[in-house]
Write a protein that binds this ligand. Sequence first.
Ligand SMILES: CC(C)(COP(=O)(O)OP(=O)(O)OC[C@H]1O[C@@H](n2cnc3c(N)ncnc32)[C@H](O)[C@@H]1OP(=O)(O)O)[C@@H](O)C(=O)NCCC(=O)NCCS
Length: 158
Amino acid sequence: MGRAGLKVVIRAYAEADKRETLQIIGKGFTNREASLARYHFGINADKGRKHVWVGLKRFVALVNGRIVGTAGTYRSVYYPKQFMALDWEAVLSEFQGIGIGTLLLNRSIKYAKSKGARWLFVYSTKNAMGFYKKLKFAKSSRTLKPVEDGILYERKIA
Ligand SMILES: CC(C)(COP(=O)(O)OP(=O)(O)OC[C@H]1O[C@@H](n2cnc3c(N)ncnc32)[C@H](O)[C@@H]1OP(=O)(O)O)[C@@H](O)C(=O)NCCC(=O)NCCS
């Protein structure tokens, strides 16, 4: 049970969730960011290419069977094994502030740990920096390749 008395289910993303998930990302981010997200989904689907982003794993949050939030994890081929990053986290505005972003983050951390990661990174938008600070992330002084939009935050997870 999430805060505000809503039953929130977190489960793995499936191909059938693509349209709804991209809509949520489209609402949470700028047009430029949302178009990058669509590109990432494309890379994930195209198994024939040499990927820079590997090990993508996405989760969705459901309330009454409707997808209301999403987050994923990935690593770039340039990262050391113990690094993973958070990929496109967003919650529909009418469901924000009741703990769903935290549930998605905690599930992503659990998954990253199960893959041997000890640090989780996020290129945070300006708006979300307060959220990640609250969730024990701190500004990172590292350079992670490839450099992405946003401000790099890191959290030790193991
Ligand atoms: C960032 C985001 C995913 C957070 O999701 P959420 O479901 O609202 O987060 P939670 O309800 O779990 O919030 C946990 C705590 O952080 C706080 N918080 C949430 N967003 C915040 C923000 N932008 N700034 C400061 N604090 C924030 C909440 O108030 C809550 O505090 P509390 O525990 O004291 O009540 C959501 O605001 C969002 O989709 N933003 C737009 C997309 C985006 O910028 N994503 C970041 C990608 S880098």
